[in-house]
Design a protein around this ligand. Structure first.
Ligand code: SF4
Length: 121
């Protein structure tokens, strides 16, 4: 996700407290988490661009979007939760009717390994 994408200037979250979009601050309960994520992005005029950008994240390079609310969905906090990460992408794709790259288990493992490496640094 390039921070310089022009649509980002019109994002509801631009210039806002990033903590509001951190999944660290979301309720534990899954249904409440989903409601919170929907609410925090509700009314954002660039939600579709945001969804596309999330699906363009270079997962094939072993990178994964984690720990943030994106396009009204809460990304899992850790890419080692493979099924949750893939479900997150599938739900975004389905809601906005967007194509998405189906990550294979080896791609997801690579993303989880990258995450662990970065966490140690
Ligand atoms: S949809 Fe949510 S995360 Fe995406 S740009 Fe809008 S407010 Fe930010």
């Amino acid at each position: 996700m390039a921070a310089t994408d022009p649509w980002r200037q019109r994002a509801q979250c631009a210039g806002s407290d990033p903590e509001a979009w951190s999944t660290d601050n979301l309720p534990e309960d899954q249904a409440e988490r989903a409601r919170y994520a929907r609410r925090v992005c509700d009314g954002c005029e660039v939600i579709r661009e945001c969804a596309k950008s999330a699906l363009d994240y270079p997962i094939e390079n072993g990178e994964y979007l984690t720990g943030v609310v994106v396009a009204g969905f809460a990304a899992p906090g850790n890419p080692s939760k493979h099924r949750a990460c893939e479900n997150f992408r599938k739900r975004i794709a389905a809601r906005f009717d967007l194509p998405h790259f189906d990550a294979t288990p080896s791609v997801l493992r690579a993303a989880a390994n990258n995450y662990e490496q970065e966490s140690k640094e």
